[in-house]
Write a protein that binds this ligand. Structure first.
Ligand SMILES: *[C@@H]1O[C@H](CO)[C@@H](O)[C@H](O)[C@H]1NC(C)=O
Ligand SMILES: *[C@@H]1O[C@H](CO)[C@@H](O)[C@H](O)[C@H]1NC(C)=O
Ligand SMILES: *[C@@H]1O[C@H](CO)[C@@H](O)[C@H](O)[C@H]1NC(C)=O
Length: 982
């Protein structure tokens, strides 16, 4: 048997033994109730003995003892666990044992197969396949046994140690007697990558595994990691590389990985199983001038890794920039030298194609590849995402038969442009699925590797990635919620109803953080004045926090630490952060408006800034400091891509609270403006002085049923105010009140329409007068115009109705959805910034001529065009996916108004593979905004009923939202709230 083949079987058995962990949603043959078709592992306080053969692999021995420990964790009953041989097994008497072993290695298993003729065709020769079942008369003197050559599911969370998930006790444990088996996984190599693990993971590991000195990532650390990877049904690891040297830091690391059956690799920039640059001292790292030293260095790496199962990273990054052609030649030379080095290390007669090798197409390298760089067929090509979860490339159809296959390098955490994101979870599972399902459809399934940063804040997402790679047929765009719900039930032992609540909580948490990574937020991300956007965002966090608090408080103390780590912490921290930034934004705005309330907002910011650290400390001190340092990551005060070296509070300001504002005691600030009355303010009108009264508008199809006017103190004086409208159709929420710096520094007054049916069609104007009186001060009077427009729709119209010059549409809310040849725009629930996404499914590589593809149609009614010009501007909000198919088939779709000819939209301009496309980067680019917006103007449009049509040209376009500007569009981050549908 070749080493490869032995490993394969060992891995299969390890899977069986270690992966009794609950694999969410995957097939199970375990139950807690007996039936005629079950085999009893534990019942009536008695456990079936577990038997193994002495000559089996040490890794299998270890896995079997883990299996025994898991049985005890679940049932409280410890099975007897022994080495036996075929000749002494009779001593068992009448007990029905569980027999575990490796085919070809365990004499027990060999003989069982020999004497019973057990059918192994479903697993023999299949990567990681397994089988387990009850076998009658397996061995002389044993009438019946449960024989394991495969994996399945039981009650221990893979995260029992890493996230302190308690094991729910069961008094009995059974497996299906007819057995369970699993064929090969979807993705052959499924792994994680610790990256940029400083400060959190490294400081934590240093404290927990080294007594403060020595390399933090030693075998004590990795033992925990390997067990977790196997329990999650992964099989592959790129080790910590920020300051780590896997093979050098602890000489036990490499053999331990092999012992566990975890296949090791190194990151895309560390060739030949060496930690580079940390291990490389014979500088410079320049192949054109120093190739002898570099080759020797690689040879040592290959020789060192030879005894263990490894996947060799090929190629090299960091050339002195030469011409493109020279670089391609140099890289081809590097790869051929690396091939020679592998031959030298493994013996000249080795079949080089049997050594797993991977080469990552990252930035400039992808560019060389598309320009013709030659790579041996047996090398796996690893395509990367853009570090922000958008896969950059897939093998074109012509390359899908390469024997090395292709794979995906994906990120949950990142250090780089336009900004790091590495604090708390900010990735939607829906997005991960949307992108990786494309990888499955396009045969990019040889190897998946996930950048997990510090691992800890991304437990659920890491598991989903590995679970989906294990069996991609189990999850589709419409059942991601079932994954989260099953996960919640396993982790917190909650009812299906509570699991449903947690699923919604997780959906909102990841949606809120994915709208814009927390590291990119500031005080004006969300509009403070338009569409009540910042308020709505904060209200969303408030509702989420309340819901999570209720779940947390309903859990027993044993489950609270796990819930805190996996769900509650990022909600506490995220909602606090959102409040802090909005308070900072309001503070600065109100100061420019001469509002005394700016000052208490400054206090609020400072308080929330300190609470942020309280929340961090609460995590770090959980369970007597088990996770100390794991939340050390700085996250406030970014001013370029790199993390700040310390959290620094957003700048706040104060107004002089002892001095009266120049224009008097009262400040009046109507909704929708940064301006303030009386007095001058650059936002009051164009020139900023002698400005007219502000006009508030409302209409009968409005998003909100009222408008507000904030009244506030402008200094130390208290005052009484009255609010009076000059028309009886205006309702004011307050007609009088007192503003006082001590008790009530601000009051919000709402204006609304008493009864729309009493108004005449078209514009109805009124004036609202605010008068302040205060002893020792002149009375202050401010007028605000209030215009209520009553629009009339023709009877029978169905669709979206304009309000305030805008029609805003969630893409999923189609008027009609027309499939073509079985392909249709299909909702991806939960995906994206506001509701969901629409994408053409199913996916093959089909394209349509413009206008010929499946369409979605949206009926709408506009009362206006932009400035009466006959123009409407349409903005399409798209997921920031890239042109990943091929350069010849960039993302594209058509947009038409009514029966007009469709306009082709290509949302991502062509770019060289080494550069990001125009629009991708910067703090207001697609990935920062988590959206790609595309604008089209239609001319010659009359007010009335119209239909917007979006038609498929290429697959993988994801449409989230559509905003039609009829002249009233105001700034906001998410776009206006959805318009009314009649
Ligand atoms: C079985 O034998 C191996 C090899 O001697 C030993 O390492 C292991 O601990 C034994 N297992 C049990 C359950 O006694
Ligand atoms: C299995 O059977 C074959 C022939 O029937 C025999 O050569 C072999 O030794 C047996 N193996 C074991 C482990 O009993
Ligand atoms: C840390 O110190 C304790 C107490 O001296 C010792 O038992 C343990 O082995 C040490 N751990 C490491 C990783 O050195």
């Amino acid at each position: 048997m070749t080493a490869q083949r032995l490993l394969l079987i060992t891995t299969a058995v390890l899977f069986l033994l270690l992966h009794h962990a609950v694999g969410i949603g995957q097939e199970t043959c375990v139950s807690f109730q007996s039936s005629s078709s079950t085999f009893s592992i534990v019942s009536g306080q008695r456990a079936a003995p577990v038997l193994i053969s002495e000559e089996d692999w040490p890794g299998v021995q270890l896995a079997a003892s883990d299996f025994v420990a898991d049985i005890e964790r679940v049932t409280g009953v410890k099975p007897s666990f022994r080495n036996v041989t075929t000749s002494n097994i009779q001593a068992l008497g009448s007990q029905t044992p569980i027999i575990i072993g490796t085919l070809g290695k365990s004499s027990l298993i060999n003989q069982i197969v020999n004497t019973t003729g057990l059918d192994l065709s479903s697993i023999q020769g299949h990567w990681e396949a397994f089988l387990s079942r009850r076998v009658e008369n397996p061995l002389p003197g044993v009438s019946s046994a449960y024989v394991i050559i495969g994996a399945d599911k039981r009650g221990v969370s893979p995260w029992y140690w890493w996230a302190d998930v308690p094991t729910t006790k069961q008094s009995q444990l059974f497996v299906s007697a007819s057995g369970c088996s699993h064929g090969s996984p979807t993705v052959k190599y499924r792994g994680i990558f610790f990256n940029d693990e400083q400060p959190a993971l490294q400081n934590w590991a240093q404290e927990k595994f080294t007594n403060g000195t020595g390399a933090p990532f030693n075998h004590l650390f990795y033992r925990k990691v390997f067990e977790l990877i196997l329990r999650l049904r992964g099989n592959y690891l790129w080790p910590a590389m920020w300051s780590g040297k896997f093979a050098v830091d602890d000489p036990l690391n490499q053999p331990l990985a092999d012992f566990y059956g975890v296949i090791m690799g190194t990151s895309h920039q560390e060739p030949m199983m060496r930690s580079t640059p940390n291990e490389f001292t014979a500088l410079p790292w320049d192949y054109s001038t120093n190739s002898d030293a570099i080759k020797q260095y690689w040879l040592e790496g290959a020789q060192r890794a030879r005894p263990y199962e490894s996947i060799f990273t090929l190629g090299m990054r960091g050339f002195v920039p030469l011409s493109e052609e020279t670089n391609i030649q140099l890289l081809e030379g590097v790869i051929s030298d690396q091939t020679e080095i592998l031959k030298q290390a493994f013996g000249g007669d080795v079949d080089i194609s049997t050594i797993p090798q991977v080469w990552t197409l990252y930035n400039e390298v992808e560019d060389y590849y598309t320009k013709g760089l030659q790579v041996p067929d047996y090398v796996t090509l690893l395509w990367s995402d853009d570090n922000w979860g958008n896969i950059r490339g897939f093998p074109p159809a012509s390359e899908r038969n390469r024997t090395g296959g292709a794979g995906v390098y994906y990120h949950l955490d990142y250090v780089g442009e336009p900004r790091n994101y590495k604090w708390i979870t900010s990735t939607q599972l829906e997005k991960v699925h949307e992108q990786l399902s494309l990888a499955v459809a396009r045969s990019s399934i040889k190897l998946w590797i996930l950048n997990v940063g510090d691992l800890k804040p991304y437990e659920r997402e890491v598991e989903f990635f590995l679970n989906y790679g294990w069996n991609s047929t189990r999850w589709n765009h419409s059942n991601i919620n079932q994954y989260v719900s099953a996960w919640a039930q396993r982790e917190f032992d909650v009812s299906a109803a509570t699991a449903g609540t947690i699923t919604q909580i997780v959906g909102n948490l990841t949606r809120f953080n994915a709208r814009r990574k927390p590291e990119l937020l500031n005080g004006t991300t969300y509009s403070l004045i338009n569409y009540r956007e910042a308020e709505t965002v904060l209200a969303g966090w408030g509702t989420l926090l309340n819901a999570s608090d209720r779940v947390y408080n309903s859990l027993s103390q044993t489950f609270q630490p796990a819930y805190f780590q996996l769900v509650h912490h990022p909600i506490l921290a995220g909602s606090n952060l959102a409040n802090m930034y909005v308070s900072a934004g309001l503070n600065r705005m109100r100061a420019t408006q001469a509002r005394l309330s700016a000052n208490s907002l400054a206090d609020t910011v400072e308080r929330l800034f300190n609470i942020d650290y309280d929340i961090e400390e609460r995590y770090n001190s959980l369970l007597n400091g088990k996770w100390n340092h794991i939340m050390d990551q700085t996250h406030i005060g970014y001013d370029y891509w790199q993390q700040p070296m310390q959290n620094s509070m957003p700048p706040v300001t104060r107004i002089q609270e002892r001095k009266q504002a120049l224009p008097g005691v009262m400040r009046v600030v109507p909704e929708g403006t940064d301006g303030a009355w009386p007095g001058d303010n650059r936002h009051n009108c164009r020139e900023g002085y002698n400005c007219p009264d502000w006009t508030l508008t409302i209409n009968n199809f409005d998003d909100f049923e009222n408008r507000y006017i904030d009244l506030g103190a402008g200094g130390p004086a208290s005052f009484q105010f009255t609010a009076v409208a000059n028309a009886s159709w205006v309702r004011l929420s307050t007609s009088r009140g007192t503003i006082s710096p001590r008790n009530k520094v601000e009051q919000r007054v709402f204006a609304s329409v008493v009864d729309w049916s009493q108004l005449q069609d078209g514009a109805n104007g009124a004036k609202i007068t605010f008068t302040a009186t205060s002893s020792g001060h002149q009375p202050s009077v401010v007028n605000v115009s209030f215009v209520a427009t009553k629009n009339v729709l023709p009877s029978g119209f169905k669709g979206f109705v304009e309000s305030k010059g805008v029609i805003s549409i969630e893409a999923a809310h189609t008027s009609r959805n027309n499939a073509v040849d079985g392909t249709a725009w299909t909702e991806l629930p939960g995906l994206g910034r506001t509701l969901s996404g629409l994408t053409p499914l199913p996916r093959n590589d089909q394209s349509f001529a413009i206008g010929a593809g499946p369409t979605v149609e949206y009926d709408f009614f506009n009362f206006n065009t932009i400035g009466g010009s006959g123009n409407l501007n349409v903005t399409l909000y798209l997921s920031p996916s890239l042109n990943a198919a091929t350069d010849q088939k960039p993302l594209a779709f058509g947009v038409a108004l009514d029966s007009g000819a469709p306009i082709r939209v290509q949302p991502v301009p062509a770019s060289s593979r080494k550069d990001k496309p125009l629009g991708w980067g910067s703090e207001c680019g697609w990935v920062a905004n988590s959206i790609n917006t595309q604008n089209i103007t239609f001319t010659g449009v009359t007010p009335g009923a119209h239909t917007l049509k979006v038609s498929m040209i290429e697959i993988a376009v994801v449409l989230q939202k559509i905003v039609i500007n009829a002249g009233g569009l105001a700034d906001s981050y998410l776009g206006p709230p959805e318009s009314r549908i009649v």
